[in-house]
Design a protein around this ligand. Sequence first.
Ligand code: HSE
Length: 411
Amino acid sequence: MRCRGHKGMIQMINVAVMGYGTVGSGVVELLHVNHDRIARSAGDSVRVKYILDVRDFEDSPYAGLFVKDFAVIENDPEVSVVVETIGGVGVAQEFTRRALAAGKSVVTSNKELVSEHGCELLKIAGEHNVCYLFEASVGGGVPILHPISACLAADDIDEIYGILNGTTNYILTNMFKNGATFDKALGEAQEKGYAERDPSADINGVDTCRKTCILADIAFGRNIAPKYVRTEGIANVSAIDVEHVSTAGASIKLIGRTVRMPDGTIASYTAPHVLTSENLLVNVEGVFNGIVVRGDATGETMFYGKGAGKLPTATAVIADIIETGKTIGTGAFLGWSEAGEEVIGDPDLLESRWYIRANMDFDEAAVRFGQITMLGCDENGAAFITGSMTGIRCAELLEDIEAITVYRVLE
Ligand code: HSE
């Protein structure tokens, strides 16, 4: 509920922030620092009434706002928007359900919860005429979900692909540009607050997979569950591959991709790719994310900006707080329908060139693959780039070979 003054003027949007970690504390800070600008855009003053956290923050300037019992928020009719920055499923899911059922909009950066249970939570939100919004769950501070669902609403989207994880892009950039070791680059990303609490979700591609699913859900209107999405991370990207790929003037990026196939199924996957100098995303470096949306009307549209970090992500959360006030009661529908394995397409049917490092010499590579671009040799074999073919064909040609690295090339 919004508080109304004696002349019926709306005066205040009361917000509760659940989870005072990197993003939650960023939301509280930014609502304070940029209060007037946010109020102008929202049409109301936005005030943090409660902060929920199990920990004590006695020295915080906001110490008086902390509560430990979710029921305080749930039962306060003045709270109209709840920010969920707890993360994970468990408690975050339970509190989100209860907040929505209590008639409060919920905004979140929680990609795990949205990708796993977004369909159900959006349904609850619809039943109670409130919003469940999650712009911050993909791309950090990069506006992407709202542009897809609103600005590109007239575009029939065929494909979205992008660098969706700041931590891994920071690591890969440092390996390519500075010759940094994997561990050193990861340590720096953790220090800067980019990495997940458990950085394995970044490194093994799970974070990118979740974001890819959310993009697919929004773009194609069907629920693409993370369990159906093939996912490979960057743990095996080696200094030798970095060297070979660099000689081609190319780079290695962790890409999440979702494509509508000719039969209407949706092929989604996460994997390291070799990006040539022609690709729009090749210069997206460090913590930055880049996302390319391809549609029938607009062609290619690229989104670029800081994909992780306290204040960039908080910006997206606050945009959603403002959005709740503009959406409720309009009938605008954000969501997607339940779907199972029947909508899942096979990424191996997609054609591309391939970067291969395998236990063979260039002559044998040329016999098997036809025309190849040779990149270099080492004691384990040769590195080269093939012509265009499906993943199925590439796997057939490598069937009896020990292939050390196989990455799709994006031009
Ligand atoms: N760990 C995530 C990343 C945070 O590095 O991109 C933002 O979702």
